[in-house]
Design a protein around this ligand. Structure first.
Ligand code: PLP
Ligand code: COI
Length: 340
């Protein structure tokens, strides 16, 4: 087997069609056996519930080539259980969690030549998703569903890789207090599209959303959770029922505490106190850890002492340890690494 002829070092975060995808259909109350297929196109009813009422949920994880040449995934069992939570919230059937992990392994294996080489800075992004596929016109859940997993090789989510980014406090809300912010549903991203286009037009890399009820607390960005480092080296991350429970963030809490001996606080974080932190970063599968140099709140600049040139020192330690675990340079906690 030979790796595909791709310029791995210069990949951005975009879609590249790979050879195989996994598909399983739900009909008459049961999932079929599922299979790897070649066809990247989907044909569904013009009235499919996903097209009318956005009944769709998804996940995102990556396959990595380790230093010793294995291909591994990072905590796919957590993606399986989060997809189950997302599906239940939108009245969709759950795709069995063991079958989810098995499907991920099958798709990565079938596209192994697209897994970027160790040291290239690229990874194979894996996108599992599920949608209501039969015709629904009155507002109610679909009867039939498709679960699908495709892969695409990707580089850094933000241009410039590890260079600090500038984010702005958004005037739009992302999630209502008892809404769907805690699940990974397409609808949460549809409503963020206007805000991200507007942010980009004004020269910002991302939006940071506040809690919709009081607009005083930091929630998360459109595609990542936030982490902060205090001046005395504590790890602080916002706690909220309306943010996505990021697997990267939950893993970083363990890395900070058990690997780096940091104190970890998951708590409400007020916009007012952000000026007092020493470092800030976005964390997520796509974002990995992207350092934030500046948060702009309606023209008022909050500049972190770590600056706009490089990651802050604690953020760098977190980044090096997390990616070291993912790429096999550092021993992982039990159960974190799934070898393909
Ligand atoms: N928050 C949002 C809104 C996201 O879309 C993502 C991406 O998956 C995350 C956080 C990070 O989650 P994870 O670390 O599980 O990828
Ligand atoms: C991920 O990090 O996997 C995501 O789904 C974020 C998305 C905005 C690309």
């Amino acid at each position: 087997m030979a790796k595909k002829d791709i310029d791995w070092n210069n990949l951005g975060f975009g879609y590249v069609k790979t050879d195989k995808r996994y598909v399983s259909n739900f009909k008459d109350g049961a999932w079929d056996d599922g299979a790897l297929i070649d066809d990247d196109m989907i044909t569904i009813s013009e009235c499919a519930c996903v097209l009318q009422y956005a009944q769709t949920v998804f996940e995102g994880l990556k396959a990595y080539t380790t230093e010793d040449g294995r291909v591994v995934c990072f905590r796919p069992d957590l993606n399986a259980s989060r997809l189950a939570d997302s599906a239940s919230r939108l009245e969709m059937p759950v795709f069995p969690e063991d079958r989810f992990v098995d499907a991920i392994a099958k798709v990565v294996e079938a596209n192994i030549d697209y897994v970027p080489p160790y040291g290239s800075g690229a990874t194979l992004y894996i996108r599992p998703y599920m949608f209501g596929s039969d015709a629904i016109i009155g507002v109610k859940p679909a009867n039939e569903y498709q679960f699908r997993v495709f892969t695409t090789p990707v580089g850094p989510y933000f241009k410039g890789g590890a260079k600090p980014i500038t984010i702005r406090v958004s005037d739009f809300d992302r999630a209502a207090p008892h809404g769907t912010g805690h699940i990974k549903a397409g609808l949460n991203y549809a409503m963020s599209l206007h805000a991200i286009v507007d942010a980009h037009q004004k020269g910002f890399d991302e939006n940071v959303y506040l809690d919709a009820a009081s607009r005083t607390k930091i929630e998360e960005t459109g595609g990542a959770n936030l982490i902060f480092i205090t001046k005395d080296g504590k790890f602080v991350t916002p706690k909220s029922n309306s943010i996505l429970p990021s697997i990267t963030r939950r893993s970083l809490e363990v890395v900070a505490k058990d690997y780096l001996g940091m104190e970890v606080e998951e708590r409400e974080v007020y916009l007012d106190e952000v000026k007092d932190f020493a470092e800030c970063g976005l964390c997520g599968t796509a974002a990995v850890i992207s350092p934030v140099g500046k948060i702009v709140d309606h023209g008022k600049e909050i500049c972190f002492p770590s600056g706009m040139e490089q990651m802050g020192p604690k953020t760098k330690e977190l980044y090096d340890t997390l990616t070291g675990i993912q790429m096999g340079r550092i021993e992982a906690p039990e159960g974190w690494i799934k070898v393909i």
